[in-house]
Design a protein. Structure first.
Length: 122
């Protein structure tokens, strides 16, 4: 069997993208800086550090994660569980607070749960 589409063309007849040009274009949009002694080197010389993403989350995020872990630990110590469930009749997701016996003690919308977690609600 033969295909009417030449392997070097897509179904629309467009030529394949030059991969080197695509990589160079993507690299040009990223943050690049010289590191160490190479910072004073001329163009094209020395080491380069590519910072597409930070190595660690911001401290604010780490603090929020630690607070959430503490809150989860305190709920667990009280014998409570948190479960994300679909609302009644397939409605939006909800957060259920359940006791040690598995019975639902409280149901919150996700907005209410986030407000409670942020300390904006009781």
């Amino acid at each position: 069997m033969s295909s009417p589409i030449d392997p070097t063309q897509s179904a629309t007849g467009a030529q394949p993208t030059n991969r080197i040009a695509a990589v160079e274009k993507a690299a040009a949009s990223l943050s690049v800086r010289r590191v160490g002694a190479a910072a004073s080197a001329g163009p094209g010389e020395g080491s380069v550090s590519l910072e597409a993403f930070p190595a660690n989350p911001p401290q604010e995020v780490l603090d929020q994660m630690a607070h959430a872990a503490q809150r989860y630990a305190s709920l667990s110590a009280e014998g409570r569980q948190l479960r994300f469930v679909h609302g009644d009749d397939g409605g939006p997701r909800m957060l259920e607070v359940r006791g040690a016996d598995g019975e639902v003690q409280q149901r919150l919308s996700l907005a209410e749960a986030f407000e409670l977690a942020a300390g904006e609600a009781q």
